[in-house]
Design a protein. Structure first.
Length: 115
């Protein structure tokens, strides 16, 4: 099997998380779905809309462990308590290969400060 075939055959990473006594399934996203969570979380100027990207990721990644179906849309997640969403976002970052600050960057932000 070629490396290409191996990469394309990979399934989403998943992790089960218990938060406040409830069990959630958190899954990784394909590249374009992940990018959509970021782009849909921006205002017309391209700036991050506070909390929107996080809510998008929660809606796309957090599932019912019995059905593997998403449990809420982004609007519902945006009203959920932080003691629930915080631990879920931590796992979302882990399974999607995101850094802690990734959900707050502009599209043109870089860490390179040289000119």
């Amino acid at each position: 099997m070629s490396l290409r075939d191996k990469v394309l055959a990979k399934q989403a990473k998943t992790q089960t998380v218990v938060v406040d006594g409830d069990t959630f399934l958190v899954r990784s996203l394909p590249h374009l779905d992940r990018a959509k969570c970021f782009t849909d979380g921006r205002d017309k100027k391209g700036d991050m809309a506070p909390g929107r990207s996080e809510a998008n990721f929660l809606a796309a990644c957090v599932c019912d462990p019995e059905t593997a179906s998403p449990i809420m849309d982004w609007k519902e997640w945006s009203t959920a308590q932080d003691y629930i969403t915080g631990p879920l976002l931590s796992v979302i970052r882990d399974v999607n290969g995101l850094d802690a600050e990734d959900l707050g960057k502009k599209p043109d932000d870089t860490s390179d400060t040289t000119s």
